[in-house]
Ligand binder design. Structure first.
Ligand SMILES: Cc1ncc(COP(=O)(O)O)c(C=O)c1O
Length: 280
């Protein structure tokens, strides 16, 4: 991992070597913590408010008291972006919880941005299915063993991502949200069953504004052969087409028109947000 110059720890800029936690923290034995990954483009943090709202929601679900409000976290983000002279990056924000009464520790630092080959977008990617579910799926918590194992299995099978399923339904990717087009209608699993991805929620809102409805409904594994198109979304990927699942083509095995249209809508709105952020 390429280390940043500075990590921000509870408001103070420290060197990476000082960004450490005790082995006795409940994050070690209970995965007690929450985190966010944000995309920074031209020094603008995309959808920062949405990420901080989700952080607060994740913390609430775990009963973890954050050591500051959204305004304070925004100041800390600005400090770490400036101190590292960040242009394009993935900004990582971890809140490591403490035992009852103890103050949580917040670490924020930039990493090199994750960039995927262009052919992933033009040809689509291969994914696998993986039996498992995340604990407290609406929280972005440090309890990530199931998604770690799912991703490792995907790597073994030379697939880009693993889609979790349980009780006969596909829910989400190991670090992405899932969408399928069936009979021309776009579906994504209900927010109650998955992490409400910032990309997912923005796509639903922006598509709606362009007259394209995305419906929340369970996606049965048994319906996979009926899927005409499939794509996954996440902060680093945006809209990534999926053209094979478990080695079988989705629809005709090519990136479909609905996925292309949604990706075009997302990219246009994304660019507008970054441009607006730069004018501030
Ligand atoms: C389980 C899970 N679902 C969905 C997502 C996508 O969320 P976002 O669009 O906010 O990056 C992530 C991101 O890491 C994730 O871990």
């Amino acid at each position: 991992m390429q280390l940043p110059v500075y990590v921000l720890r509870n408001g103070a800029l420290v060197l990476p070597a000082q960004a450490s936690i005790s082995v006795f923290t409940p994050a070690i034995y209970g995965a007690y913590g929450v985190y966010e990954s944000m995309q920074v483009v031209n020094g603008v943090v995309f959808a920062q408010a949405q990420h901080l709202q989700r952080l607060a929601r994740s913390a609430e679900i775990l009963g973890l008291r954050l050591p500051g409000d959204q305004a304070l976290f925004s100041r800390w983000i600005a400090d770490v972006v400036t101190a590292n002279a960040v242009v394009d990056a993935t900004l990582r924000l971890f809140v490591v919880g403490e035992d009852a009464g103890g103050e949580a520790s917040v670490f924020i630092w930039p990493q090199p941005p994750q960039v995927f080959p262009q052919r992933y977008y033009t040809e689509g990617v291969a994914v696998i299915t993986f039996l498992g579910e995340r604990y407290l799926p609406q929280a972005k918590s440090l309890n990530a063993l199931v998604t770690f194992l799912a991703r490792r299995q995907a790597e073994v099978q030379a697939a880009h991502e693993a889609l979790l399923h349980h009780a006969g339904c596909l829910t989400e990717g190991s670090n992405s949200n899932l969408f399928a087009v069936v009979d021309g209608v776009v579906y994504t699993p209900p927010a109650a069953q998955v992490l409400a991805g910032v990309t997912r929620d923005l796509l639903i809102a922006w598509a709606g504004r362009h007259g394209l409805q995305i419906h929340e409904a369970p996606l049965a594994l048994a319906d996979l052969p009926r899927w005409e198109e499939c794509f996954i979304t996440s902060t680093s990927r945006h809209i990534m087409p999926v053209t094979t699942v478990d080695g079988r083509p989705v629809g005709d095995g090519r990136v479909g028109p609905v996925t292309q249209r949604l990706a075009a809508i997302f990219e246009a709105e994304f660019r507008a947000c970054i441009a607006a952020g730069q004018r501030k």
